[in-house]
Design a protein. Sequence first.
Length: 120
Amino acid sequence: MNKDLPIIIKKIFETPDQTIWEGDWLRILNLLLNDANLTVFWNVFLDNIQNNHSSRFSSLTLNKYIKWEVKGFIAQVVKNKINNIQKEKFLDSLMVYLSKKKIKIEHNLISKVVSSVYEN
């Protein structure tokens, strides 16, 4: 796991549930957690989630909301990769997903996520 990942991301995945995180799911999760080029992405992603928390899901604790959003995003990445979505459509799909979640991340940072999954 990338040593520079935010602590909350490390905690969420320090012992992934083997029922869910196996095979392609575990392989892609590890790509996302090990890639040092994604550190900025994870920090921006978490900042957005924290800013959205009170206005969107105040019934969930912040930590549960973060866990929910992080796992949801990774599930989108895994789904697109497993379905062999073309790289540009993959990127567009993630942009739409994040937009619906009101998570604002620059195109180049999301592109790094897609590249990490496609190049490894």
